[in-house]
Design a protein. Structure first.
Length: 368
């Protein structure tokens, strides 16, 4: 998740941080109960904040795909993700054990040690799956001609997006891990990197306008219709298109990502330094020992729903959570740097070399 300093494009790093902030806003209204209120201006604002969740996750995957496409497989990437996740899982497990905030069991211990297998974080599990699949996806990307590539994306769109976009409760190929969705995003970014998209900047702007307009105005229309008919069931459908697999959500995320990638690369040491902790922000505020306490005890969002300044309060809370998590993330980076510069596990080093050789052996055809 952390790229080398010389590869860092501050435009992309800034996008990562913005995505993480809107993901926090999404979780604040989701777990804070802001979507359960009757039709009001605050509900409309809460729905706007809710868009950020899957939009941010899809952008993160698009950015990751952009770099994975041209990189060799390294098992260290998987180990690094596990170390990050294990660090936060163990830290908050121990704090919870000391403070007795939440009852723990064997399942919690297994989740700390095996966070990827037990889906402690859905995004982490899906991201690791994509890392493991990347050599095979890249091989396919390099072999497909443009016509075949278009057909593949078309098929994936039918499988992943069209049912959940146009048919209520129809999710024939939907899975909670979102791996198939991320495979689709990976191939779309690959299509862009191969130069098959003409006028990429214009297309990205079109995607942004269509995607966000669809998400915002459909939500607004459903809320107003529900209020007019005094039907709360209708209002609950105001977030219908805000799942990660929906066509407008994919269009918005792909559009923003390509738009940023189309701009000339620039480097800002402050942005790059802060962006190192972007993944930590997610691991911090979405740890299952933390997020319930965060949105029900530390920042009880429900108590703010009747306030006229609810949107401002929620944004300020988001800034506070973001800043705290970022500080802890940067601290974690420095701790890991000290440990890794002094400790090396020979067994892991040998295992990494053997696995990397398997995936990156040109004779096997993965990087021809």
């Amino acid at each position: 998740m952390e790229s080398k300093q010389f590869n860092r494009n501050s435009n992309i790093e800034l996008l990562r941080m913005i995505c993480m902030f809107v993901i926090i806003l999404h979780h604040s209204v989701l777990y804070g109960g802001a979507l359960e209120q009757p039709a009001s201006i605050n509900l409309i604002i809460a729905n706007l904040f809710y868009i950020g969740g899957k939009f941010g996750a899809n952008c993160f995957m698009a950015i990751s795909a952009y770099f994975l496409i041209d990189s060799k497989f390294k098992v260290q990437k998987v180990i690094s993700v596990w170390k990050h996740t294990f660090f936060y899982g163990l830290t908050f497990f121990l704090l919870n054990t000391i403070l007795h905030f939440k009852a723990v069991g064997v399942g919690d211990i297994l989740e700390v040690v095996f966070p990827i297998s037990y889906k402690a974080y859905w995004y982490v599990t899906a991201y690791v799956a994509i890392i493991l699949l990347s050599p095979f996806i890249n091989n396919l990307i390099n072999r497909l001609i443009e016509k075949q590539y278009k057909y593949l994306i078309f098929v994936l769109l039918i499988l992943v997006t069209l049912p959940v976009t146009f048919l209520p409760k129809a999710k024939p190929y939907y899975d909670e891990s979102h791996v198939l969705l991320f495979v689709l995003i990976y191939f779309i970014i690959g299509f862009y990197k191969k130069g098959y998209i003409k006028n990429s900047k214009g297309l990205s702007i079109g995607f942004i306008i269509i995607g966000f307009s669809w998400l915002i105005f459909s939500s607004l229309a459903i809320i107003l219709l529900g209020a007019f008919l005094e039907n709360s069931t209708i209002i609950h459908y105001s977030t219908f298109w805000m799942n990660g697999e929906s066509l407008p959500m994919i269009m918005a995320a792909i559009g923003v990502t390509i738009f940023v990638l189309e701009h000339p690369s620039r480097s800002n040491k402050y942005i790059n330094s802060c962006a190192k902790g972007s993944f930590d922000i997610y691991l911090f505020h979405m740890n299952h020992f933390v997020y319930e306490w965060l949105w029900s005890v530390a920042f009880p969002i429900k108590m703010l729903l009747s306030k006229k300044l609810f949107p401002i309060y929620d944004i300020l809370i988001g800034v506070l959570v973001f800043s705290l998590a970022l500080f802890i993330g940067i601290l974690r980076c420095n701790i890991f740097k000290i440990i890794e510069s002094n400790v090396r596990v020979q067994f892991i080093d040998n295992l990494e070399i053997k696995i990397n050789n398997i995936f990156n052996n040109k004779g096997d055809g993965y990087n021809e």
